[in-house]
Design a protein around this ligand. Structure first.
Ligand SMILES: Nc1ncnc2c1ncn2[C@@H]1O[C@H](COP(=O)(O)OP(=O)(O)OP(=O)(O)O)[C@@H](O)[C@H]1O
Ligand SMILES: [Mg+2]
Length: 382
């Protein structure tokens, strides 16, 4: 399947090291930490490349040592421990079966309570196995999965993406269970990741939480502009085209170097013919925004007047340090600080606005930000 993709600027998932830009230092640090038995937490704002980095590091680790086992689950959509255990079972059970008979015997009795179901992917027909987890036995099954890892005697790495999701599960604290089941397994290292940085930091930095002090942090920043240009021109040169440093600077600055947005523009530029210049970049960005416009309208329609006024004010300002300050409220003709406080909480909660670790507020989606700015006056009249 290698190299079968039509467009080298991947906008979803991970397609291999040749399509992955830079992150050499972060990858080295990731690999160094986990292969030396340190659990890690990979953090960054959304769409900067956490998930990509995990897949990339796993790829490089497997290339170095094919004997290791790397597991990845994304628990963003899970609502309970039971659903998380189901994902874990699907990713891990059966993947570590040992040739050693003594281990095999132990393992074969282990998952009797799980009923495997074979499914086929609707798109490509790939078989997948899922397990029926009996809700009352979620904890026991979780413990068995980790026991299975331990018994396999294989070097294992488990990445749990969007880990903060466990905080919303009803019932016993999932992170406490995971911590207690895994802490004495010598052949397992854990990688946690997520974009809700304040929740994740709290989970690993507050003594109230079970994982307190038990992992090293790896925070991702934007990919270096020069490295990105070099990466992009590696593919454009095969089309006998190139992107100048000035034009790339415009592109990169327009979306603040946020990986997915840069990739999205490069992907579209790659699909077009003709020279790449400032004009074609603007055309492409407009196309992307036009295609998303119906969605943006829909989002705006669902907001209250205060929320919408605040959202467009943040978009117009770009970055806002204190949205409840008199100066900001006056400049953008906003309602009282108490209403703004309510509105900002909702916008952050709905992930329309992002609060950086330095407490600066920005509109999450860089294309939405451009659209809001463009429609400032029309939206303001509502
Ligand atoms: N180093 C990279 N080089 C090229 N593309 C990348 C790189 N890192 C990430 N991407 C691409 O950028 C997009 C966003 O990356 P990714 O999903 O890893 O971000 P994320 O931080 O996990 O986002 P989220 O917080 O939404 O889960 C993906 O389409 C991915 O393919
Ligand atoms: Mg991700």
């Amino acid at each position: 399947m290698k190299n079968m993709i039509n467009n080298p600027f991947v906008v979803y998932g991970y397609e291999g090291p040749e399509f992955f830009c830079d992150r050499r230092e972060e990858t080295d640090r990731f690999i160094n930490l986990v292969t030396n038995g340190n659990n890690i937490v990979v953090m960054s704002p959304r769409r900067l490349g956490k998930t990509g980095l995990i897949h990339h590091a796993f790829h490089m680790m497997r290339e170095r040592d094919p004997e290791i086992a790397c597991f990845y689950i994304d628990i963003f959509a899970t609502k309970s421990l039971e659903q998380m255990v189901q994902l874990l079972a699907g990713a891990i059970v059966g993947k570590l079966d040992s040739k050693k008979q003594s281990i095999q015997r132990k393992l074969s009795t282990m998952f009797r309570s799980l009923r495997p179901t074979m499914n086929f992917d609707a798109l490509d027909g790939t078989p997948t196995v899922s397990f029926d987890i009996v809700p009352e036995q979620s904890q026991a099954t979780l413990s068995q999965i980790f026991k299975y890892i331990e018994l396999s005697e294989k070097r294992c790495y488990l990445a749990i993406d969007e880990f903060q999701q466990t905080l919303s599960y009803p019932g016993p604290s999932a992170d406490a269970l995971i911590r207690s089941f895994t802490q004495f397994i010598p052949n397992l290292t854990l990688i946690f990741s997520g974009s809700q940085q304040h929740l994740l930091s709290e989970m690993f930095l507050s003594p109230k939480h079970p994982f307190f002090g038990s992992a090293s942090f790896l925070s991702l920043k934007e990919i270096d502009e020069k490295e990105y240009l070099h990466f992009a021109n590696g593919f454009f040169s095969k089309q006998k085209r190139s992107l100048s440093a000035e034009d790339f600077h415009e592109l990169y600055s327009l979306v603040d170097g946020q990986t997915w947005f840069v990739q999205k523009i490069l992907n579209r530029l790659y699909s077009l013919t003709g020279n790449i210049d400032n004009g074609s970049i603007i055309t492409v960005v407009n196309q992307i925004i036009d295609e998303a416009e119906a969605g943006y309208q829909q989002i705006c329609n669902l907001l209250t007047v205060n929320q919408l006024q605040l959202l467009i004010a943040i978009a117009a300002a770009g970055k806002v340090k204190s949205p409840t300050s008199g100066e900001f409220i006056k400049k953008y003709d906003l309602p009282s600080p108490s209403s703004i406080k309510l509105a900002i909480d909702t916008l952050v909660d709905r992930e329309l606005v992002y609060r950086t670790t330095d407490n600066i507020y920005i509109v999450y989606d860089r294309f939405f930000n451009i659209w809001l700015k463009r429609n400032y006056y029309a939206l303001h009249q509502r």
